[in-house]
Each structure stands twice: as structure tokens, then as C-alpha cells.
Write a protein that binds this ligand. Structure first.
Ligand SMILES: Nc1ncnc2c1ncn2[C@@H]1O[C@H](COP(=O)(O)OP(=O)(O)O)[C@@H](O)[C@H]1O
Ligand SMILES: [Mg+2]
Length: 249
């Protein structure tokens, strides 16, 4: 019977070293002692955290129009129940979305952005979409009506911005649809163009199907919205929204 080969001596890199950070002599594999190794990892994590925070802040400032960045929550023009809503609302189990209805100047959009900011700062992916095109500027597209139109533009930056807008509206974890009923209408009928109506319906239907929360604001009342969204899709859309929305008037 042949004998088993004798194992070769284990090659070890462990030896006495001087820590390159604190100068302490220690026994180890690399030139950093345990404490200094941990301190370096923590410093790197902190640098990463601050960089991510900076990116998130930049993203927020791009998404939230300046007017709404300047909301003073102590302003007495804002209804106290709406201010409380901005601080406390969470998507419910059944009523996972929020519908803010009422006259212009009530503070609906301010409250919606206040809410969105709270979720954004907690690390959720949020997106704010205007039903028309009120927040677009230059190559920046943040409106449903403009995104539907501009995805067929001849300018590549506009095509990309429109697709990005529609994609984020579909996939984010919390979406604001501001000013429902202010979509671009076609000709003089006052009804939405077929393309905008279809895009709006598909977007909301997709989010409802996947139970993705929304905050919807509108100046219009139910019947006016139904008419505007068209007899085909209007009633169905509002019925579906009312099933999942906590309504605040
Ligand atoms: N800097 C501010 N901070 C808080 N509220 C403000 C500020 N400036 C104006 N407002 C109030 O915000 C309200 C308009 O808010 P907004 O969200 O645009 O209303 P809505 O979307 O319902 O039309 C007005 O009542 C106005 O008095
Ligand atoms: Mg508004």
C-alpha cells in the first residue's frame, strides 16, 4: 500500500506588520489593523451614502417645480387637514391611492408634492406627472399629453425624455397625476385626443392592476371628468379610481 503524500507546509501571509493608518504593530494578513480596516469601510460607506443622497436630492429638484419646493407648511392659507395629510398619509390595504378634489388654490398640488417628498426621502421611487404639459421645459418632459405627442418627435432627446417620462409613470412605486382633466383636448370637441385618452387609461389601468399607489389631483367634479374622458373610458376609469382611492374634497 502506498502512503499518502505528506502535505506541503501551508503558505501563510500572516506575519507581524505595521498598520499603514495608525502605525500600530500587529499580526495580520494585510497592512491595516482590524480597527483601522473597519474605520476605512465605515468611511467609504459614509462617502457612498452622501453621494446617493446628493443624487436623490438632485433628482427631487429636477422633478418638483420650484413653486412647490418653496411650500411653507405653516402658511395659514393651507387647510390644516391637508397639511396633516401631507405629513401622515400612507397607502392603505384596500384604498391604496389618494384622490384630492376641489377648487383651484386649495393646496392640492402642494400637498401632493409634500407627500411625494416624504416617500422620496424614505428611499421610495416616486414620480410626478402633470396630465397636460405644465411642468415641461426645454428637453425636460414631465407631462402625459406632451409625452404622448413627443415620443414621435424627430428630436432624439425629446423622444428619450418622453419615453423616460412614460416609463417612470408606469413603474414608480408612488405616482402623482396632477390636474386630471387638464389633458390636451383634441380640436374643439373638448374631449381628449384618442392617443392621450388611451395612454391615460392604460397607465391608470396598469397601476391599478399591479396595486401601485397613486395620488391624483383634479379641479373637476365627477360628471365633468366623465364627459371629458369620453363615454368609452370615462365612467370605467372613475369607477375603478373610486374603488381604490381615499377621496379628499
Ligand atoms: N410658499 C407657500 N407656502 C404654502 N402655501 C402657499 C405658498 N404660496 C402660496 N400658497 C398657497 O397655496 C395655495 C395654492 O396651492 P396649490 O397646491 O397650487 O393649489 P391647487 O393645486 O389646489 O390649485 C394657495 O392657497 C396659496 O395661498
Ligand atoms: Mg394644482
Amino acid at each position: 500500500m502506498t502512503s499518502l503524500p505528506t502535505p506541503s507546509p501551508t503558505l501563510t501571509l500572516e506575519r507581524e506588520r505595521t498598520c499603514v493608518d495608525c502605525g500600530r504593530v500587529f499580526h495580520g494578513l494585510i497592512g491595516l489593523c482590524g480597527d483601522c480596516g473597519t474605520a476605512r469601510v465605515e468611511r467609504e460607506q459614509e462617502v457612498q451614502r452622501l453621494a446617493q443622497q446628493k443624487v436623490r436630492k438632485k433628482r427631487w429638484l429636477q422633478m418638483c417645480p420650484q413653486l412647490y419646493q418653496e411650500t411653507d407648511w405653516a402658511n395659514t392659507a393651507l387647510r390644516p387637514d391637508l397639511v396633516k395629510l401631507a405629513r401622515t398619509w400612507q397607502p392603505g390595504e384596500e384604498k391604496h391611492s389618494l384622490l384630492l378634489m376641489g377648487d383651484t388654490g386649495l393646496g392640492k398640488t402642494r400637498v401632493a408634492f409634500g407627500l411625494l417628498q416624504r416617500f422620496h426621502e424614505a428611499g421610495r421611487s416616486v414620480y410626478a406627472l402633470h396630465a397636460g404639459d405644465a411642468w415641461d421645459h426645454g428637453d425636460h418632459v414631465q407631462g402625459l399629453s406632451s409625452a404622448v405627442r413627443l415620443q414621435y418627435s424627430e428630436e432624439m432627446p425629446l423622444i428619450e425624455a418622453s419615453r423616460d417620462c412614460l416609463r417612470r409613470a408606469r413603474t414608480c412605486s408612488l405616482l402623482l397625476v396632477d390636474d386630471l382633466g387638464k389633458e390636451r383636448a383634441s380640436g374643439n370637441t373638448g374631449l381628449l385626443s384618442e392617443a392621450v385618452s388611451e395612454a391615460l387609461f392604460n397607465l391608470i389601468e396598469h397601476r391599478l392592476t399591479h396595486r401601485l399607489p397613486m395620488i391624483v389631483t383634479t379641479n373637476a367634479n365627477g360628471p365633468a371628468l366623465e364627459t371629458r374622458l369620453g363615454t368609452d373610458r370615462g365612467p370605467a376609469l372613475l369607477r375603478r379610481l373610486s374603488e381604490v382611492c381615499m377621496v379628499v374634497e
